[in-house]
Design a protein around this ligand. Structure first.
Ligand code: PLP
Length: 444
């Protein structure tokens, strides 16, 4: 009888390969098949697989001390990591709260924002405004602020009542306008919703500065974030950036907000922070928020068992040291440009609407009709079939969640490789994509 897995896999009826080992840009399964990892797992393994310096740091910390509760002891690794992150962060950020992943990071953002207002005597400020076409995690609160309808629907009875505004997407403008004559109405929409909600009740605005998987690497024009910052300041609302994917160099600068000269108040981080060598996450906190707590109750009323555990801190510290010493953020910018130029050649194909990206966060959106840019119907499963073709041919990319156009329709793939990627790898990915898109396009 065939052995059935005891793991409750996400795709319960599908057999997936068993990974055996990894090195640099490559993964190998137990059948000896090689995969070029152009998904970095899932936009995680930014420094590449099997870096000895990180593995040594993990071993050394394990031998010294693996676990202490963060409320009882700090550790040298934790202090060093926090300082390293602050040194990389936008001006004004002064402390880091640690946790174990992206969803915990965004839950923490919501709670820290709320505490900031309570400490300043404004307990009526509690609402978080967020955006459609965004992903902030899979817990109930983070699904509530998220804007991915297909992932929210099943749990809708539990979701919190969170106002959303449309996300900025010049390729698929939700207002059917053109940049720059649109006057960036999608940013101004925030003010309208703040007024409807009553500004005295609004605590925070949360966004992915560059959208990751929900609409495959969609970046706003330069005016968008400064307008958002101004509206937040006008109504005493904290600007919270979800940099779980984009943080630590994915877009070619340390943080995606750095492209826009905007200073956020809270920044959620995870993924690239430990590059997959450990579960890691955190919130980078602006000095004004720290001061509110210091001058108020003096107690951050929020923590997790694994907040700032020494192993996670030692590993993340080694990862970020490696990232900086090997100039991998600069490499992300340079290789991102090379990759985007190559990816743009796919726009010649009748099924490709747009190849886009910033740094090494890249995406391709498919269309049913090139002239009208009519979206690809989800029933074609175009993106997942393209990703499957690539996977079967030894190239890993990520199929975007259907709905990149309006939450319901739209097919896209995301490419987010390790920053150590070389030109020869880019060429392999683009040619494999070209083959896959052409074969599946012709089957339609
Ligand atoms: N925020 C963003 C932008 C993400 O892309 C993700 C995960 O993909 C999360 C939050 C949630 O992170 P995690 O899966 O580590 O909980």
């Amino acid at each position: 009888m065939e052995h059935r897995s005891s793991v409750f896999h996400t795709m319960v009826n599908k057999k997936i390969p068993t990974v055996a080992r990894a090195q640099g840009m490559y993964l190998y399964d137990t059948d000896g098949k090689e995969y070029l990892d152009c998904a970095a797992g899932i936009a995680v393994v930014n420094i590449g697989h099997n870096v000895p310096e990180v593995i040594d740091a993990l071993a050394e910390q394990s031998k010294a001390v693996s676990f202490v509760y963060g409320g009882t002891f700090t550790s040298e690794a934790r202090e060093r990591l926090a300082q390293r992150i602050i040194d990389m962060s936008p001006e004004g950020m002064s402390r880091v709260f640690f946790c174990s992943g992206g969803s915990e990071a965004i839950e923490s953002v919501i709670k820290i924002a709320r505490q900031y207002h309570i400490e300043r005597g404004r307990p009526q400020k509690y609402k978080v405004i967020s955006r459609w076409q965004s992903y902030h995690g899979n817990t109930i609160a983070t699904l509530s602020v998220g804007g991915r309808p297909s992932w929210r629907q099943r749990y809708s009875p539990y979701l919190l009542d969170v106002p959303h505004i449309p996300a900025c997407n010049c390729f698929r403008c939700p207002y059917h306008l053109d940049y720059p004559t649109c006057n960036i109405v999608c940013a101004c929409e925030l003010e309208r919703v703040v007024k409807y909600e009553d500004p005295s009740t609004v605590s925070a605005f949360l966004l992915e500065p560059v959208i990751g998987t929900t609409s495959a690497a969609t970046a706003p024009p330069k005016e968008y974030l400064p307008i958002i910052r101004e509206i937040c300041d006008r109504y005493d609302i904290l600007l919270c950036a979800d940099e779980v994917i984009t943080g630590f160099g994915r877009t070619g600068l340390n943080f995606a907000v750095d492209h826009y000269g905007v200073k956020p108040d809270l920044v959620g981080i995870a993924k690239g922070m430990a590059s997959g060598y450990m579960s890691a996450g955190g919130v980078i906190v602006h000095q004004k928020v720290v001061e509110a707590v210091e001058n108020g109750s003096g107690e951050l009323g929020h923590s997790f068992t694994y907040s700032g555990n020494p192993l996670m801190c030692a590993v993340s510290d080694a990862v970020l040291k490696y990232l900086v010493e090997n100039k991998l953020v600069e490499r992300s910018a340079k290789m991102g440009q090379y990759f985007l130029n190559k990816l743009k050649t796919l726009e010649e194909l009748p099924w490709v609407g747009q190849a886009r990206g910033i740094g090494l966060l890249l995406g391709v959106e498919f269309v049913a009709d090139k002239a009208s840019l009519a979206p690809m119907e989800n029933k074609t499963q175009f993106a997942s079939r393209v990703a499957k073709y690539c996977f079967e041919n030894g190239v890993m990319i990520t199929s975007g969640v259907p709905g990149c156009v309006d939450g319901i329709v739209g097919e896209s793939v995301q490419i987010a490789p390790p920053f150590i990627i070389e030109e020869k790898h880019v060429d392999i990915v683009v040619e494999t994509l070209r083959e896959g898109i052409t074969i599946i396009g012709k089957q339609l």
